[in-house]
Design a protein around this ligand. Structure first.
Ligand SMILES: [Zn+2]
Length: 96
C-alpha cells in the first residue's frame, strides 16, 4: 500500500477517519522529529520517533530523509490494534 503523505492540516482533518496508511512528518525548529501514521491495516494512529544526530536514544527509527518516498528501518509493528508488522520502503507499506 502506497503511503498517503499529508501536511499537518490535512492530518488533523483526516486521521480520525481511520483512513489506512496516512503519514504526516513533524518538524520542530527545522528538524524532523518523527512521523505520525495510521496503521495500514486498521487505521489506528501511531507515532514513529526518528533517530536524530547527536541525540542518544535506544528505540528510534532510521529515516532516509525523504518526505516523498520515506524509508524507515527497522520494521514497524502496530501495537494495541491489529498487530500489523511490516516495512515502510520508498513510500510504500509492505506487510511482512
Ligand atoms: Zn492496526
Amino acid at each position: 500500500m502506497k503511503a498517503i503523505i499529508l501536511n499537518s492540516e490535512e492530518w488533523e482533518d483526516q486521521y480520525r477517519n481511520k483512513q489506512l496508511g496516512l503519514v504526516c512528518f513533524r518538524d520542530i525548529e527545522g528538524v524532523t522529529q518523527g512521523m505520525a501514521f495510521t496503521c495500514p491495516e486498521c487505521g489506528q494512529e501511531g507515532w514513529i520517533p526518528f533517530t536524530i544526530e547527536g541525540v542518544v536514544s535506544n528505540h528510534k527509527w532510521d529515516w532516509n530523509a525523504s518526505k516523498e518516498k520515506p524509508t524507515l528501518k527497522p520494521s514497524l509493528l502496530s501495537t494495541g490494534c491489529c498487530g500489523w508488522h511490516g516495512y515502510l520502503t520508498d513510500g510504500v507499506f509492505n506487510k511482512c
